[in-house]
Ligand binder design. Sequence first.
Ligand code: AYL
Length: 526
Amino acid sequence: TLIGPDNVVRSHLPDINLPTNVPFHQFLFEKCDQYKSLVAVEEFSNGQSYTFGQLKEKAIRVASGLHRLGYRKGDVISVFSTNHINYSVLMFACAATGVWFSAVNPLYKEDELRYQLVHSNSKAVFTTASFVSTVTAAVRHKGIQIKDLFVFGEAEGFRPFQTLLDDDGRMFPDVDINPVEDVFVLPYSSGTTGLPKGVMLTHYNCMANCLQIAASLHTSPEDRVIGLLPLFHIYGMIVVQFTVLLGGSSVVYLPKFEPETFLSCLQNKKITLAHLVPPLVVFLAKHPLVSQYNLTSLRTILCGAAPLGSEITSEFQKRFDKTTINQGYGMTELSPVASLDTTNTAGSIGHLVVNTLAKIVNQENQTLPPGGVGEICVKGPQVMKGYYKNKQATDEMIEPSGWLHTGDLGYFTKDGILFTQDRLKELIKFKAFQVPPAELEALLLGHPDVQDVAVLGVPDLECGELPKAFVVKKPGSKVNEQELVKYVEDRVSPTKRLRGGVQFIEEIPKTASGKILRRVIREKYL
Ligand code: AYL
């Protein structure tokens, strides 16, 4: 049995050895040497590619160039860009120099970008030519520490990334990295409550999760992976990008979703493994265009980051009867994968990945037996080091004994298979993108006509959830729904728009301490 006497569940697979003394770049470079002449990363739009050997060589040059410019272990850089092959080069280079890699959603507007740059103490921003105006606006502000602006390509006032690629590599530093302590990536997540926070993932966290995923999902040099999901999000960054390395496969990057390009890429590149999110599985299951393409190379789909309904899975299987569809579950704070469903059980998120434990707790933090519904807690090598500069939020999420409270509701069966049911936490997910209600609430409270506000997600078949605002107007105000929707739309990235609309109410139900009672709003108005 996978369930201990203490009702703690473990993986169905035996634990593997996870070395604690290997920095992430060493792990990467070993794979690059192993698969040297094979293509590692490629861009679908222009066919540009790097072999594993080139990826390492370029990463060494860029690391040397960064060191030459004064970048040292513990410095933070931010990347504000869509997917392309030099994104990967830069990530490898940061691992080697001990520089923290923070990634920003390239669709962010000026204020959203500025918040993350300031919060992360970033010393440099790397962007593409199409986003330089947002970057320029965001850094034109007191309290910004930015030293260098880099551009992939060319733009006035920005240092071309090419100058780093042209470095002779002689300043490649020999950095003393402690994989268990030293941070490699700093993605942002709102976690269970509040504003986005920097998630400190160490070299060990990232390597462990790559090896944990590989133990369930075997890849080989024959595999070609589609790199559509954005690299700024933990899913693209770790799961998509690094699965290529484990088995010497290659990843084909796309900068954004367009139906024809997506399908042509799957067909022409004979993609065998696609990491997707539920709306993309819906697209493949339902869209009429799909039948015009030959997608027989598609061996496996892994869907994660939001719940995938079992109706969609069956519809997908009707159209793709030779493709296996699996579900992954996890969160940014878990580097990100906790469990993978390879059994194709409807609605299930499967067995835990290796070296991982889970338990279900009730509100009193008592562990529940199989079938009991409560909060999913996870323990393992993939649990983040903590939130950057936020000990309180870290302590609220991770117990001293190492158990991380996910804020997700679920249960497990007698066979140790996990199911999620709902979210306990306030986070909204629009098409698997995080929408932190606290961020929209703070923004709306800044509107002169808004007295009080709560933002919740309303269920939507295609998008998962749509953010909706419940607003108490200031006395005498005549503000209407359209004005508030537009107000938000002008200030945030498209995924955070109030697509669920605005409803005016008399009062926001709150606890004595002022916490919004989201369940009460849900029961009363949704
Ligand atoms: P974040 N089913 C239901 N909810 C899910 C699932 C799932 N399969 N996966 C993630 N979530 C929700 O940080 C859940 O509420 O990371 C969780 O706490 O943006 C939250 O999303 C975390 O959101 C994989 C496995 C990606 C996991 C991931 C996690 C990336 C999402 C690919 O194969």
